[in-house]
Design a protein around this ligand. Structure first.
Ligand code: NDP
Ligand code: 8X3
Length: 256
């Protein structure tokens, strides 16, 4: 599929995998709708995306946890931005690494509200237009954590298990339409993810990647771009990718 001039909405485009995905689609000449809460970071991504070849960029200051704001943002898109061809549901985060019985309820709410409810809200706002136009592709960011939970991460892992069910359920619900649904499930990727999880504790965040060669955000962006650029009749259901230093969400090979 040729992506030149196609409208691609990426949530969580201000950082990490979302930003790398914006750059990958920019190089294909796509028109980018970039959404996140940090407008300054989004402006930097937008400017780089234009340098890389994006046909146009429109940024949306959006918190995916706010259903009304999500619906309004989609309803109020300028007409030339309304026909979204690709939705990348990437906005997400983890908070804390705690045993379930000592975890902070506020952290749970933030993860579930963002990773599960936010993904649902954006999909609910965007997918009906795809169905009407008989064209579209939804890519959801899952994780190896959604397949196999790890200790102290039950709620984050559960949010990614929910993503897996929503992804597969949506594909069933769209059967009979040409709209495609793909889950891209990475293992450990070096981004701000751990910094966010540990609320800015740089040393603790760096330890996550110590002794391994993690995936890069660009590795994941390439997988997303590959899935989306298959011929229109091909639906890639799921791509799971890890670094060679990771076998699954529990097992790593770390150099001392
Ligand atoms: P980053 O922290 O680098 O990026 C997360 C992005 O999500 C940011 O752009 C952030 O933007 C956005 N975001 C967070 N909360 C909200 C919100 N409420 N509304 C809108 N945007 C929001 O992490 P990654 O790039 O690593 O994470 C991207 C996705 O990939 C997540 O879904 C994550 O679960 C998944 N993933 C990550 C892996 C990893 O090891 N890094 C592995 C597997 C999956 P802002 O703060 O500006 O709103
Ligand atoms: C993010 C990667 O392994 O920290 O999904 O859960 S992990």
């Amino acid at each position: 599929m040729n992506l030149k001039g196609k409208i691609v909405l990426i949530t969580g485009a201000s950082s990490g995998i979302g930003a790398a995905t914006a750059f990958a689609f920019a190089a294909e000449g796509a028109r980018l709708l970039l959404a996140a809460r940090r407008a300054g970071k989004l402006a930097e991504v937008a400017s780089r995306a234009l340098e890389l070849g994006a046909e146009a960029v429109h940024s949306i200051d959006l918190d995916v946890r706010n259903n009304r704001a999500v619906q309004r943002a989609i309803d109020e898109l300028p007409p030339e931005w309304a026909e979204i061809e690709v939705l990348v549901n990437n906005a997400g985060l983890s908070r804390g690494l705690d045993k379930l019985y000592t975890g902070k309820i506020q952290d749970w709410e933030e993860m579930i509200d963002t990773n599960v409810k936010g993904l649902l809200y954006v999909s609910r706002a965007v997918v009906p237009g795809m169905v009407v136009r008989h064209s579209g592709h939804v890519v959801n960011l899952g994780s190896t954590a959604g397949e196999l939970p790890y200790p102290n991460g039950a709620v984050y892992c559960a949010s990614k298990a929910a993503e897996r069910s929503i992804n597969d359920g949506l594909r069933q619900d769209l059967l009979g339409t040409p709209v495609r649904v793909t889950s891209v499930d990475p293992g450990t990727v070096e981004t701000d993810f751990s910094l966010v999880r540990f609320r800015g504790d740089e040393k603790r965040a760096a330890n996550v990647y110590k002794g391994i060669t993690p995936l890069t955000p660009e590795d994941v962006a390439e997988a997303i771009l590959w899935a989306v650029s298959r011929p229109a009749h091909v639906n890639i259901a799921r791509i799971q990718l890890t670094s060679v230093d990771q076998a699954n969400s529990l097992l790593f090979h770390r150099e001392a």
